[in-house]
Ligand binder design. Structure first.
Ligand SMILES: [Cu+2]
Length: 136
């Protein structure tokens, strides 16, 4: 019995290691819609954000539409850069959710999923992270 549990634990651990690879860079440059808002759609799943590099213009309102891909694991997206007018933490659902902000400072701002399952590596460590690039 104990051996069986150990075998399952090792199998799970093996899976965790196998999936801990770096995601490819998926870069999107936001276009500004006629109403003056730059909109980007993003999906989060095991264990990635797509896109994971989002390029926006400074001082132009952003609407980031986020949702979760299929799967059981809960996900969120967190970006804390209040000095740049960006400060959000949203859980991802099956429908698109709109995150609104206006970046006020040029720079590179990392975002991530803060979830983690038991003793496994965090989603962030497993590839669920990205960068918001605010350009002049
Ligand atoms: Cu996650």
């Amino acid at each position: 019995m104990r051996t069986g549990i150990l075998a399952v634990a090792m199998l799970l651990l093996g899976c965790a290691v196998a999936f801990a690879e770096q995601p490819a860079q998926k870069r999107v440059v936001a276009t500004i819609d006629p109403d003056g808002v730059q909109r980007v759609q993003m999906t989060g799943g095991e264990y990635y954000f797509d896109p994971n590099v989002v390029v926006v213009k400074v001082n132009v309102p952003v609407e980031l539409e986020v949702k979760k891909a299929g799967g059981m694991a809960p996900h969120d997206i967190v970006l804390k850069a209040p000095e740049a007018g960006i400060n959000f933490a949203e859980s991802l659902g099956s429908e698109f959710k709109v995150i609104r902000f206006t970046p006020t400072k040029v720079g590179s701002y990392p975002f991530e999923c803060t979830k983690r399952f038991l003793f496994f590596e965090s989603h962030k460590a497993r590839g669920m992270r990205g960068v918001l690039d605010v350009t002049p």
